[in-house]
Design a protein around this ligand. Structure first.
Ligand code: DNO
Length: 353
């Protein structure tokens, strides 16, 4: 079991607290201040290792090493950024990192319309309002997110990238889905062999939400597309981050079936629940099965049944007990999520023995 943490003096949660959550063995981390495309310096990596090791926690999983936009666009400058990516992987391997999560979503990482949507019980949570997103330009949306103070607090929403949003949209006019697949294949051909030589499993994160937004192509959205992705470079180092809440926003994605089909290539499991509405909106809920549309108990059972051996983390949580945190990344609800997952695991274990 692992827990995502944003670094000393950045995260509102201390390693000491994380260490007190039952059964947490590792920290999911990243050098969030280094812009996408730059090589992560070994001294900074070692510094994090020292901080985390003090609490007897492992540093095996990095989320994420972000991919520079020029790689996704297939521009000639991708050569330099891919070389930097490879060097980052080599540096991470030196301290024993085993899994690197990344995504291949154009311009935006995960997208929500509300970061702290008030709930009747006094908590707040992340919310996606489909009609609102469908009727707003990406530029206006970015202004709205700045007002919500999302920039700088939403992981993956890098200010350097978003400051060039108009140029990026222009550049993507020529990049259709087929080109994005080609550019992803090019990236995998270059990076996977280096990952393999360095005992690293690359784990792509699904697109969140798993459909086109602002007319930009999106690839990792469904079971068929995951199959296609794994076939682009068929190698054990080319794998998945299976995020239940991202894929699960689309009703036709049956998460337990996906786990059964691709289980041996899932190196990182993000477990969270969402409640889908008929109009395409979705709300992030507690992990509990009856709170959302996803059967988290079946999802955990699927991991249990395949004898899953890699890394799990509770994904986003609600903001409860008046906690102030980055959107989705408070302590309390994620810790509750961990206990729910452990409860299910132990129950399945008991029933089987
Ligand atoms: C959001 C996260 C994403 C994820 C990246 C991985 O909470 O799931 O930002 O870390 O897409 O590259």
């Amino acid at each position: 079991m692992t827990f995502r943490w944003y670094g000393e003096n950045v995260d509102s949660i201390s390693l000491k607290y994380i260490h007190q959550i039952p059964g947490v063995e590792g920290i999911v981390w990243a050098l969030h201040d280094i812009p996408a495309g730059e090589c992560w310096p070994i001294n900074r990596i070692e510094e994090i290792k020292t901080q985390i090791s003090k609490y007897n926690l492992k540093i095996d999983v990095v989320e994420s090493v972000n991919v520079h936009e020029d790689i996704k666009l297939g521009l000639p400058s991708r050569r330099m950024y891919i070389d930097n990516y490879k060097n980052t992987l080599k540096n991470l391997a030196k301290v024993g990192v085993k899994v690197v999560c990344y995504n291949f979503m154009p311009i935006f990482d995960w997208v929500r319309t509300d970061l702290y949507k008030a709930q009747p019980d006094g908590s707040s949570t992340l919310f996606y309002e489909k009609a609102r997103l469908d009727n707003i330009s990406p530029f206006k949306f970015l202004e709205h997110m700045s007002r919500e103070k999302a920039l700088f607090t939403m992981p993956g929403w890098e200010p350097e990238r978003l400051s060039k949003i108009r140029e990026l949209f222009k550049a993507y006019e020529k990049v259709k889905e087929v080109h994005l697949w080609e550019n992803l294949k090019y990236f995998l051909n270059e990076v996977i062999p280096v990952a393999q030589e360095n005992n690293i499993k690359m784990a792509i994160h699904p697109d969140d939400p798993p459909w086109t937004i602002f007319g930009l192509p999106r690839l990792i959205t469904s079971r068929d597309n995951i199959r296609k992705f794994l076939g682009l470079f068929n190698n054990p180092s080319n794998g998945l981050t299976l995020c239940s809440g991202s894929l699960g926003a689309c009703e036709k994605n049956n998460i337990p079936e996906i786990i059964h089909e691709f289980g041996n290539r899932i190196y990182f499991a993000h477990i969270r629940n969402i409640r889908r509405f008929e109009n395409g909106d979705f709300l992030e809920t507690s992990h509990k099965t009856s709170d959302g549309s996803l059967d988290i108990a079946e999802i955990v059972r699927a991991y249990y049944n395949i004898g899953y051996k890699y890394y799990i983390r509770p994904d986003h949580g609600r903001h409860i007990w008046d906690e102030k945190s980055k959107p989705g990344y408070g302590l309390y609800d994620r810790a509750l999520g961990i206990m729910y997952i452990w409860g299910l695991y132990d129950a399945f274990r008991k029933v089987q023995s």
